[in-house]
Design a protein around this ligand. Sequence first.
Ligand code: FAD
Ligand code: EGU
Length: 472
Amino acid sequence: MDYSNIDRRSSSNKKVVAVVGGGLVGALNACYFAKRGFQVEVFESREDIRKAKIVKGRSINLALSHRGRQALKQVGMEDKIVSKGIPMHARMIHSRNGKQSAIPYGKKGQYILSVDRANLNKELLSEAETYPNTKMNFDHKLLDWNAETGAMTFIGPEGTKEEIQADLIVGCDGAFSAIRKQFLRRSRFNYSQTYIPHGYLELTMPPRNGDFTMKPNFLHIWPRNTFMMIALPNLDKTFTCTLFMPFEEFEKLTTGDQVIEFFEKYFPDTIPLIGVEALKKDYFRLPAQAMVSVKCSPYHLGNMCVLMGDAAHAVVPFYGQGMNAGFEDCLVFNEIMDQLKEDFSAVLPEYSRVRVPDDHAIADLAMYNYVEMRAHVNSKWFLFRKHVDNFLHIIMPRTIIPLYTMVTFTRTRYHEAIKRWHWQDKVINHGLLISATAALLGGTYLLVKHPPNISQIPVDHLWTRLQAFKPF
Ligand code: FAD
Ligand code: EGU
């Protein structure tokens, strides 16, 4: 086998950064390191998606919110991405009887964006390539690397092995990270992964007469406890629906007719919008996909390697934060690079110290929301909870801020958001306790002050009633 040995370390005065994985986080990271003047090499196992005919991704569109936008802004990409996103100002809750209710995300300027994953990835790769100090290596799959020497082994386009060295390895190779494998062999590295019993399946709602079939500027939700569907709009006026349900339920539906029967029961309003024949076909196009939650720590290995994005923290998608958190990783790392003057031996441990608690917090929140939605969130409950949250926020705007608001529309550190949420719960419970006590005391006072005249009820009447009461 042809074995090329290329040491790409510090040939010039700037260090070489190898970004492994050219997905969303890898491509954004390439921009960050290139902007700082490093020699950036991106290694991506797939072919260049800008040239690919069929793009098989994990989901077609994603919700982009404040954290992700801030990270894009830092490399000058916010406007470009936002201009191709579709604002979603509210959720649209679909009840089983077909009733729809909108619940705004916040005030007028508070909206999230539906963005196309493939387009976002392409734009970020092209942006990274505008820097002369970036080199893209597609069709390069990392096989393994040596944590002692830092040497990485890739399988190149012709099936040849290439060994490559860099000054810093940035592992952005997703939930099943090959870079992370070497971390697992180290002492004092913590790792856990959990597959949830649910899978997901994507279905497309085509346009009708050249227009959207549902209102476009909403995140459409069909909450049905263990079954749930979500739909996000696309620029081509389609919606991508994502059906979440337990794998064992997916397995029960084996024929087109069973699928229609199932949809008639749970999502009847979507059948004419997807189309009976399309639904029967689309449903079986791909098997349901699994969802995994991965937590680990630390995120660095010596002064040589660091993990970001799903490679560091795969989260279940029930907060719409996976990519946003991954993008914020890049932003936080960049802030620390400024503070510690690009000294990797100081930056890497500091990044782990700062970022682990926050990424673990969003992993926990997403899992908590999954459990919560599955346990008792139908459309009535969802509407009720959001109204209560919004009401409390309106009467105490500075004291009570809904959790999703802190997560989605601020850069409040995720772990601080959880703390504040617990604190708010206490405030609300104290408020309820005080109200209840006040009601009790007030009631007692009124009873003492104005005692009701019991003698008005005739005693013999009571006696007859008691005698007539025969429990057996
Ligand atoms: P990936 O996107 O997985 O990219 C990893 C890249 O590394 C890929 O290009 C892969 O080909 C490459 N790679 C892998 N192994 C190797 C190797 N050995 N050598 C070289 N390259 C390699 N997040 C949100 O913020 N909002 C949402 O609305 C949202 N919705 C979601 C819905 C669903 C159904 C799912 C499953 C996820 C959702 N997410 C969402 C999460 C989001 O998809 C991920 O967090 C995001 O894609 C992570 O980006 P990444 O670059 O870290 O990993
Ligand atoms: C799941 C899959 C509504 C895209 C969480 C809300 C999601 C997304 C919510 C997917 C829900 C759930 C929030 C946003 C967003 C809500 C959020 C979830 C985008 C708490 C493409 N979630 N998602 N919460 O508040 O903060 O609207 O696949 F149904 S965006 Cl599960 Cl804000």
